[in-house]
Design a protein around this ligand. Sequence first.
Ligand SMILES: Cc1ncc(COP(=O)(O)O)c(C=O)c1O
Length: 445
Amino acid sequence: MPTSSGLFPRNFKKAYPIAVCGEGCWIIAADGRRFLDAAGQAAVVNIGHGVPEIGRAMAEQSSQIAFAHTSQFHTAPAEKLAERLLAMAPANFRNGGRVYFTSGGSEATETAIKLARQFHLENGQKDRYRVLSRRQSYHGSTLGAMSVSGNVARRAPYEPLIAEWGHIAPCFCYHCPFEKTFPQCELACAGDLQTLLAQNQKVDAAAFIFEPVVGATLGAAAPPEGYAARIAEICRKSGILLIADEVMSGMGRTGKPFAVQHWGTEPDMILVGKGIASGYAPLGAVLVSARVVEALARGSGAFMHGFTFQAHPVTAAAGNAALDYLEAHSLFERVNTAGQYLRGALSPLQAHPNVGDVRGLGLLFGLEFVKDKAAREPFAKEQNIAEGIRQACLEENVLTYPTQGCVDGLRGDHILLAPPFTISPEECALIGRALQSAVAKVFSA
Ligand SMILES: Cc1ncc(COP(=O)(O)O)c(C=O)c1O
């Protein structure tokens, strides 16, 4: 066990290299090792590491004013970033929408849960409080966010502390929970929301939260055509709000500013985090649509919520600078092209008997490893295949994001890839080669 550090580690049984600097898609450690950051750390680093403009913008802002509390002031960088995010959002956010900034994704989820509750209070529906969600999703590590999360492993130790508001089936065609096939399934997984709402004796549901493309937990699982629209329709008819958690899938990661825009869906709130400042500052946000804003503005006028560091001017400056960089280098537009390079580099893996699925959208990819390809049967959890692949890729100096549990919360091994939007064809090829070598190593053992 490393004892020389004062830092509380994520895992006491693991050794952590010291990251010193970053250049583009690479991270350089204190011992000089260079790692290709194929997962953008955790789908965070959208513009690449070491972009000097971002640091300069943050320094400039902090030299003007370091901090101003939102109970007393607004600041220009936060106002500007809010306008820019709303301009990227679906139409129902553009006239009268607002942005509530946070310091990350979990805080955004907490904010949305409370805002959904207050929306209904403002409308005189005091019984509505439950935020429904899906199994096999992740919305953050704070207790409210854990309550709506359906990630079995991450919830397990804290079960006594977290609320149970109701979870429906995931939308996951590769391991359909109803053992059906699209389109004959008629979107049974979306219908599950209707079923849950119908079971509800008392009308107490307030909202439904979902990841439009499920990131870490299912490994970049995108829904089939019609799913998001059907969910939105059920929410609208049932009088509940629709919250799209785009902490991972938002800010251009899937090839549109927000993943819901692939299907023309207009949620009531959109959560962002991770890539919003490309990792240069801890930033998250809730984009709130005009109708939710109106309910509060016309009603009590005040949202009973707040974080000291919300809308911090220096983190907002980082967000603006990251957006400037994305725009100046046409990086939003590059996601689909770079995604094709990466898909091409990964395609030889598909022939391997233990690579069950290569899936994703834009620059968010998941590779799932299976014991029996025809039956889509997972390996035993104890074999820890995803971690084995991560380690084998690390030996090739390529960083990936491994997770277990995509099949039933415990079994199912996949890795996630979410490199910076700047990734070159040569770097994509390197990722493909590292994975081929990792797969050969892990499955020959
Ligand atoms: C979809 C989703 N929502 C919420 C979160 C929580 O964000 P944070 O870790 O910034 O609190 C994450 C983090 O992985 C996520 O992927």
